[in-house]
Design a protein around this ligand. Structure first.
Ligand SMILES: NC(=O)c1ccc[n+]([C@@H]2O[C@H](COP(=O)([O-])OP(=O)(O)OC[C@H]3O[C@@H](n4cnc5c(N)ncnc54)[C@H](OP(=O)(O)O)[C@@H]3O)[C@@H](O)[C@H]2O)c1
Length: 435
């Protein structure tokens, strides 16, 4: 072929390529093109990645602006609302314009007390790879394990720097080309821990998320993946419980404890609920009764002769749920039925569990532990049980049989107050960050 023909083809090809890149980059936000600070964060597989801004990148960005304007006009014309795609499903695999100016999140670069190490920073969120999902977070709670993770004392620690938070709910904003299980507009919650949910926006692998109904209350959905799942498993997996049977638990006013009370009540199982004594004990007791608790007693009460009276009204428990450790656990175990099971899932007192030898020999009690993260990881290849559990819990919420624990909602920028309250004893409120 003649050299000038080569030149014409090359110019045409380059022009088309420039248009393509201009379009792609024109759909990116300024935050993606020019990360505002060097600690920008991305997906959970690589929590924080750094993207240098090159002169070429800026050129492409400018060349994309007219195309972006056309794209935004078209998408708002045909799709109703940006990022939803609900009215035009065929468009779901297009690269959609990112509407946020910059994602923000609570980042820690070293372990320590949350108030000292957490910083609200701008984050970079890359466009989704083939199996990724870009999620706009709506709300995320602060759980004890989140605090322990920041402190560096939890069993699972992310690579640093990291974004804090392990659960929450978000709305799917954009999906990769090979994502099949979710669409823009769906609500999703994490199915794995360590995803860093204290952020306005994040990029996650499809396999690390699961869909939840979008008609759930936001706080209910945000707090679904850890505590309700734990309560559900504790009641399902260790003893066969029938209506009329009883269970006993400590830290009954914890979020897990409150869900245990409500699920047990819906199944006709009697609950004996231990709480720490406090100034406003009667209002706490009333609140737990309102949730469906049958008996609410203090830790001190466990050693009193009145316990015998209680067991005239209900059978000895087949199952004990331990969230505390130390003396509380030893005392609770004394009341377990012959051959019953005690499952430890929390250690709020930070003290070891001491078991009288007689409980093992003469009462044949079984002791075990539970970790919801491991339970879900063991089912990573087959999600059937996880999906069923989420469906059952969502149904309970919809039917008003499962209400979310009392909570206080904080805008993300007020995270310091939320962290302080999350660590205040006897407050009995879940702190929720609203993005
Ligand atoms: N293993 C798992 O898979 C799993 C899953 C979910 C949760 N957890 C664990 O379960 C525990 C509760 O989590 P959550 O989110 O339900 O907690 P939460 O709603 O924040 O409640 C914390 C509970 O712990 C009690 N507590 C705090 N310090 C205590 C102490 N020194 N002695 C006795 N009780 C104390 C509180 O009682 P007061 O009102 O008296 O302060 C409250 O009942 C945590 O340890 C968490 O890590 C484990």
């Amino acid at each position: 072929m003649h050299a000038s023909s080569h030149h014409v083809i090359k110019v045409a090809r380059d022009t088309l390529y420039c248009c393509y890149l201009g379009w792609q980059l024109g759909t990116l936000s300024p935050a993606e093109l020019c990360p505002r600070d060097s600690s920008s964060a991305s997906s959970q597989t690589s929590p924080l990645t750094f993207k240098p801004v090159t002169p070429n990148g800026l050129l492409w960005a400018w060349s994309g602006i007219p195309l972006r304007i056309v794209g935004v006009v078209l998408s708002s014309r045909f799709c109703g609302q940006e990022g939803s795609g609900a009215m035009w499903p065929g468009l779901r695999t297009l690269r959609r314009p990112i509407s946020s100016l910059a994602a923000r999140g609570l980042v820690y670069e070293k372990h320590g007390e949350p108030l000292q190490v957490l910083r609200l920073q701008n984050l970079e969120v890359n466009p989704p790879g083939d199996y990724d999902i870009r999620v706009k977070m709506l709300a995320a709670p602060i759980n004890p394990s989140d605090i322990n993770m920041v402190q560096g004392t939890y069993a699972l620690l992310p690579e640093l720097p990291a974004v804090g938070g392990n659960e929450g709910v978000g709305v799917v904003a954009e999906i990769g080309n090979h994502v099949t299980s979710m669409r823009p507009g769906d609500w999703v919650i994490p199915v794995d821990a360590g995803l860093g949910t204290w952020r306005t926006e994040g990029l996650y692998n499809e396999s690390s998320l699961i869909r939840v109904p979008s008609d759930l209350p936001v706080v209910g959905a945000a707090t679904l993946s850890v505590n309700p799942c734990t309560a559900y498993r504790l009641l399902s997996d260790y003893e066969i419980l029938r209506p009329g049977d009883s269970i006993i638990q400590n830290a009954s006013n914890s979020s897990v404890g409150q869900v245990v009370i409500q699920i047990a009540a819906s199944l006709g199982i009697t609950t004996i609920n231990i709480v720490r004594d406090r100034a406003d004990l009667s209002s706490l007791v009333q609140r737990l009764h309102d949730l469906g608790a049958d008996h609410v007693i203090t830790e001190d009460h466990l050693r009193k002769p009145e316990m015998k009276e209680l067991f005239k009204k209900c059978p000895r428990p087949r199952l004990a749920l331990n969230c505390v450790g130390g003396k509380s656990t030893t005392e609770m175990l004394r009341h377990l039925d012959y051959g019953g099971t005690m499952v430890t899932y929390g250690g709020m007192a930070k003290q070891p569990v001491t078991i009288p030898v007689s409980a093992l020999i003469f009462k044949n009690v079984k002791l075990c532990g539970f970790w919801v993260t491991q339970w879900k990881r063991d089912r990573a290849q087959n999600r059937e049980e996880v999906t069923k559990m989420i469906r059952d819990l969502s149904d309970l919420i919809r039917r008003g049989k499962l209400v979310t624990p009392r909570s206080t909602e904080w805008p993300l920028q007020d995270f310091a107050k939320a962290m302080r309250d999350a660590q205040t004893p006897f407050l009995s409120r879940k702190q929720i960050l609203i993005m």
